[in-house]
Ligand binder design. Structure first.
Ligand SMILES: [Zn+2]
Length: 148
């Protein structure tokens, strides 16, 4: 994993701001609908086929909360480049926004980060909560300061 702090994410033109007028549940692309991603992360047990996989769920199931988290993350987040080369954006929320469950059993509580995936593609962009503890040790690969 490679990380860039918010400043370096902006300076290197990697962080793309999201237009607040966008409906982030509005597109139907080939792989999934953005609405199905939103419902998966707000309604426990929604994704019945994948109930044995870990899924993160938001404490607040409103669309406005989801929308605000996407806007804030695309403004204030830090870039993560994963081992497949995919660029994600992660923003520390500093307040619990979600948890993780598997087959109906909570396995992680109090996620304090929002992770935005495919943020360069307005028809695929979506996000979910994630744990933040491991992120505080990550350094920016450009300026060497804490990435978060
Ligand atoms: Zn930096």
């Amino acid at each position: 994993m490679i990380y860039y702090c918010n400043s370096c994410s902006i300076i290197t033109n990697q962080l793309i701001h999201a237009n607040p007028a966008t409906n982030f549940t509005g597109s139907f692309n080939q792989r999934y609908t953005q609405e199905s991603k939103f419902l998966k992360h707000t309604i426990p047990g929604y994704d019945i086929k994948n109930r044995l996989k870990v899924v993160s769920l938001f404490y607040n199931d409103s669309y406005s909360s989801y929308h605000n988290n996407i806007i804030n993350t695309a403004l204030s987040g830090s870039i993560e480049i994963n081992n497949s080369g995919q660029k994600n954006v992660i923003w520390i929320t500093n307040a619990p926004i979600g948890y993780a469950e598997k087959n109906g059993i909570t396995i992680e509580q109090n996620h304090e980060a929002f992770k935005l995936v495919l943020h360069h593609d307005i028809n695929s962009i979506h996000g979910f909560s994630t744990g933040s503890l491991g992120l505080f040790y990550k350094k920016c690969s450009r300026c060497s300061r804490p990435a978060f």
